[in-house]
Design a protein around this ligand. Structure first.
Ligand SMILES: [Zn+2]
Length: 312
């Protein structure tokens, strides 16, 4: 039997990406600007305009959005990308506007669901996924269920402490993973090294983790050192997660995963050196597979499973 398509939506600080998803296929895509600086009402209008061309063919709507989300009630309690969004009953508002059932979940949870069912996590029931971008996020599948936690905040890998007296994180606490692996901190680390050592990166006015990753692949020593440092810090965090959750697959998603072995080797080496019971565990640390579509797939899956009455 052919499954009816579901509308999957990924709401970011800049763009709203929507797609009509049928199983593993994206049938149609739409996109709108979030216009977060113009206020909540405007952003909601933009979401509705992204849904409209897909609405007639969709059976339900799934939405992935950054922040603290009450998935049971479909309420966005807080979103760092969307100023002024506090306790917004997004599912109820969109249902009234579009006439379809709406399910909302955290964006990293959506990516994790997508990679679990269609990407790097296929066939595994104990997964931890990290997203490393502007911020550092995490989500887990434990024993075949998405881990929400008591308040829905589980998986905040970026804000776990790896150095007690480390530099201050954006959240106010010290030595968190994000303070070492977030995009702007990777770039700052590169600039500090460029000031002291010769590097092809010195010719750039603006650096991004992607540019540094490319330079590492082309043999730039400074770029490789940057990822070596970052990989060691992330590796400490990953070893902690393995000790806690015992996953058999650890997925790293986000732009810096493109640094390939220059990032993955220091992570794997650090985990090997520090994790408890390594010889008894079979785990793999791998890059994500679905790229930018993971969140859209995952949001659609969440809507599909929840609307069918399955526990996710
Ligand atoms: Zn923090």
């Amino acid at each position: 039997m052919k499954k009816e398509p579901i509308i999957g939506i990924d709401i970011g600080g800049t763009n709203i990406k929507a797609a009509l998803v049928a199983g593993r296929k994206i049938e149609k895509r739409t996109r709108a600007l979030t216009l977060a600086n113009l206020g909540r009402e405007k952003s909601i209008d933009q979401i509705i305009s992204a849904i409209e061309p897909l609405r007639k063919k969709g059976k339900a709507i799934g939405i992935g959005i950054a922040g603290i989300i009450d998935s049971k009630k479909g309420v966005v309690k807080y979103s760092p990308n969307l100023k002024g969004w506090k306790n917004v009953p997004l599912a109820r508002i969109l249902r009234a506007a579009c006439g379809l059932p709406v399910y909302v979940l955290n964006d990293v949870n959506a990516i994790c669901l997508g990679e679990w069912k269609h990407g790097a996590g296929q066939g595994h029931d104990n997964i931890f996924l990290f997203t490393i971008g502007t911020g550092v996020g995490g989500a887990a599948i434990c024993e075949g269920r998405l881990l929400f936690g008591a308040h829905g905040f589980a998986g905040e890998f970026g804000h776990t402490t790896i150095k007690l007296d480390g530099p201050k994180c954006i959240c106010g606490h010290r030595g968190h993973v994000e303070r070492y692996a977030g995009a702007k901190y990777i770039v700052a680390r590169a600039w500090r090294k460029i000031a002291r050592h010769k590097s092809s990166l010195a010719s750039y006015d603006i650096l991004t983790p992607e540019i540094i990753a490319r330079a590492a692949k082309e043999g730039d020593k400074v770029a490789r050192e940057v990822f070596d440092d970052v990989g060691k810090y992330v590796g400490i965090g990953v070893a902690n997660i393995i000790a806690l959750f015992d996953p058999d697959i650890i997925i790293i998603s986000g732009g810096i995963a493109r640094a390939g072995r220059f990032l993955f080797e220091p992570i794997r080496n650090t985990v090997r050196r520090t994790v408890l019971g390594r010889e008894h565990r079979r785990y793999r640390i791998v890059p994500a597979k679905l790229g930018d579509d993971a969140g859209t797939f995952g949001a659609a899956l969440f809507a599909e499973l929840t609307s069918a009455g399955s526990e996710v």
